[in-house]
Design a protein around this ligand. Structure first.
Ligand SMILES: NC(=O)c1ccc[n+]([C@@H]2O[C@H](COP(=O)([O-])OP(=O)(O)OC[C@H]3O[C@@H](n4cnc5c(N)ncnc54)[C@H](OP(=O)(O)O)[C@@H]3O)[C@@H](O)[C@H]2O)c1
Length: 294
């Protein structure tokens, strides 16, 4: 069993981007600038946005964090997105989800200029991804693809089972793995809460991507020997021994599953770090007005 080390791979991606920033600065050119919008005080969202802003600083990108009270009106939020769309200095815009219930997430995502939509959630970019046109790929599936590529994990002809069909993880993951590309060329089974025989399907999987949001959901009896297991889940569970009162676990019962696998991602230290690296790559591409294919 080998750990797929998100710390190592994301550091490699970030080092490449930092070199590019150095080149831009030497040529007196503008460095990429990411704008992040955070509404309210959701602790998990606060952590994610803080990591994104910190990562920008580490590699020399500019970033602007716009914080709004959770009672912000939908119109005020949309007006601020319009300002960012019109601001030539801003290359990428991300709105940290989830938003408060009174705000229509779809409207907000649709309001972002697709050329600045570095999260890849705008329907235009999703459509381009599905038909294989160059576009911004949603950061979490993109980060997973970068990780598979880094470790040269064979995917051609493999059976991949993706658990979870959200627009931000499971569905785009199933599209990317099924593409005629490397990584890709998998036969993909996309599963969800209504899937009748999940355990049987998982037992046939060469690659499992778990994106469910339930701690330790994937157990050892669901995984065949030698499978590659990618754990997207980030779940907070109570832990009195921690200062914070909680610890993070994935959707996979890591200790029991890991010995059966050929490769597995840890939580934390796996997909989460790759998500940030992929977001930074999308932002660099937005700044250089190039979009990436995979
Ligand atoms: N590492 C990262 O950077 C990163 C990024 C994004 C998300 N995450 C984490 O990944 C997890 C999933 O996120 P998400 O946004 O995709 O979640 P989501 O929108 O809540 O989607 C969860 C999916 O899991 C499916 N599901 C729920 N119970 C199931 C069951 N018993 N059997 C099979 N499928 C089941 C749901 O099926 P239905 O569609 O039928 O309801 C749904 O498609 C969360 O823990 C989240 O925190 C991590």
């Amino acid at each position: 069993m080998q750990i797929l080390d998100g710390k190592l791979v994301s550091a490699a991606v970030k080092a490449q981007l930092a070199d590019k920033v150095t080149e831009l600065k030497a040529l007196d050119k503008k460095v990429p600038h990411l704008a992040a919008i955070l509404v309210g005080n959701n602790p998990a969202s606060e952590t994610y946005v803080a990591s994104k802003v910190k990562s920008c600083a580490e590699i020399g990108f500019h970033s602007t964090l716009l914080r709004f009270d959770e009672k912000i009106s939908e119109k005020h939020l949309l007006d601020n997105i319009t300002l960012l769309n019109e601001n030539a200095d801003i290359d990428g815009i991300l709105v940290q989800l989830p938003l408060p219930k009174h705000i229509n997430e779809e409207l907000v995502i649709n309001a972002i200029d697709p050329s600045k939509d570095v999260d890849g959630f705008h329907p235009m970019n999703v459509g381009k991804m599905v038909i294989g046109l160059p576009t911004y790929i949603p950061a979490t599936p993109y980060g997973i693809m970068l990780m598979l590529e880094h470790y040269n994990i064979p995917t051609k002809g493999k059976h991949a089972v993706v658990i979870g069909r959200s627009n931000i993880v499971g569905t785009p993951m199933s599209v990317l793995l099924s593409r005629n590309a490397n990584p890709g060329n998998c036969t993909v089974t996309l599963t969800h809460s209504q899937t009748a025989n999940l355990k049987e399907l998982c037992l046939q999987a060469d690659i499992i991507v778990a994106a469910i949001g339930r701690p330790n959901f994937v157990t050892a009896d669901m995984v065949k020997e030698g499978a590659v297991v990618i754990d997207v889940g980030i779940n907070r569970i109570e832990d009195a021994s921690k200062k914070s009162g909680f610890r993070l676990v994935g959707d996979v019962d890591f200790n029991a599953v890991a010995p059966k696998t050929s490769f597995i991602t840890p939580v934390p230290g796996g997909v989460g770090l790759m998500t940030i690296a992929a977001l930074l790559k999308n932002t660099y591409n937005a700044a250089s007005q190039k979009v990436n294919m995979n």
